[in-house]
Design a binder for this molecule. Structure first.
Ligand SMILES: C=C(O[C@@H]1C=C(C(=O)O)C=C[C@H]1O)C(=O)O
Length: 373
């Protein structure tokens, strides 16, 4: 826990209450929270990451880039490490007062109860068989009543204290939304000359077992292999061949484990090349499916809610070309007096609806165990 937790908490609450576009995040294994605040409401939306070359800030992109949701860039006009925050830091915010007079549009949040999810999985399995698709990801929303804006900062801080190996974030854009999460999945990261992407899929309950001794069934191995071969195809299309692959190994994410293959890419890719790679990687078959466009159509047809930024990507980018982008998973959209928790899982022709429901409950617990503690 950071020593100045109270000051940090007041600072983040002040950002929220005063409608600043801002972000706070903790990179995996960094143990350090970084904060960036944009001091006006002139937000930039982008189509391709390459438009953001040499900028410092944070990107927030939706699952479906053809939807009404835009990809946003938050500038970090104020850039602070959490440890630097003291009572004087709030003065910095006060000097840039940007109170908005319009209310937030909250959008349509549609919870999928057990019965509906069960029916949707069954339909998805039938469609996968009928149209010969390999995999599609079905998601649902669980509403958390009585936990809203006033719990946002505390929930973020608790997640940052509990999940050292996740990308823990709190991001807020007026009129777009406030999101919190602890993602286990890197989309693409390039820092200190190490460029990395992963293929993550397959889920089991950890249940007190030793991570390295966990065995996987054929269905999960197949699901994860689909993601790996997709990543490899994208790399090949971008003429990246001399990468180093590790795995698949079992990786822990709170109370669940996944299968994960890590790809270390050759040094020296510039921002433009990385942007193009992101464009093609997203959304991976870990959150959309295969073949991509048919899986996307199936998701649009079967899911009744709008994923918005769930299963999109987000993270900091720096003017020196560093990027740390993660998939927006194990995350919640914060509403006035509720939170909408998004969870999903990969469906194949062999899926069993009840097991798929249980998997989403397990994933939801990753967040619930911590924020309700
Ligand atoms: C879709 C989610 O997770 C993704 C799907 C997984 C799966 O199908 O087993 C595992 C990890 C993630 O890539 C989620 O957490 O909502």
């Amino acid at each position: 826990m950071v020593e100045n937790r109270n000051e940090l908490s007041s600072f983040l609450c002040c950002c929220l209450q005063n409608n600043f576009p801002f972000f706070a995040y903790q990179l995996p294994k960094s143990g350090m929270i970084q904060i960036g605040v944009q001091t006006d409401l002139d937000l930039k939306d982008y189509h391709s990451l390459s438009e953001l070359d040499e900028q410092n800030g944070f990107v927030f992109s939706p699952f479906d880039i053809e939807s009404c949701h835009k990809s946003w860039f938050i500038r970090s006009d104020i850039n602070l490490a959490a440890t630097e925050i003291d009572s004087g830091s709030i003065q910095l915010l006060r000097s840039a007062d940007i109170k908005m007079d319009e209310a937030y549009p909250l959008g349509r949040i549609f919870e999928s109860p057990h019965e509906l999810y069960f029916d949707q999985v069954t339909k998805m399995i039938n469609d996968l068989k009928q149209f010969k698709l390999e995999k599609a990801i079905l998601s649902r929303i669980q509403m958390l009543d009585g936990m809203g804006m006033n719990c946002a900062v505390d929930s973020f801080l608790k997640l940052s204290e509990s999940y050292d190996s996740a990308f823990v974030f709190l991001v807020s854009i007026p009129k777009v939304g406030t999101w919190i999460g602890a993602s286990p999945e890197t989309l693409l990261s390039s820092k200190n000359n190490a460029i990395e992407t992963v293929a993550l899929a397959g889920t089991q309950k950890l249940a007190g077992r030793i991570v390295d001794q966990i065995k996987w069934e054929q269905k999960e191995v197949y699901e994860q292999a689909l993601v790996s071969s997709y990543v490899e195809k994208v790399l090949e299309n971008h003429n990246v061949s001399d990468y180093h692959r590790t795995g698949p190994v079992t990786a822990q994410a709170g109370n669940v484990v996944h299968l994960k293959t890590t790809y270390m890419l050759p040094n020296g890719m510039n921002f433009h090349q990385l942007s193009n790679l992101v464009q093609d990687l997203h959304p991976t078959p870990a959150v959309c499916g295969l073949p991509k466009s048919k899986a996307m159509d199936l998701i649009r047809e079967i899911e009744r809610h709008d994923r918005e930024y769930y299963a999109g990507y987000l993270g900091p980018i720096e003017s020196n070309g560093s990027i740390s982008l993660f998939v927006n998973l194990r995350s919640m959209k914060v509403l006035e007096n509720q939170m909408a928790l998004f969870v999903g899982g990969g469906i194949t022709a062999d899926s069993i609806p009840e097991k798929e429901w249980e998997e989403t409950c397990l994933k939801a617990q990753t967040l619930l165990n911590v924020i309700r503690s």
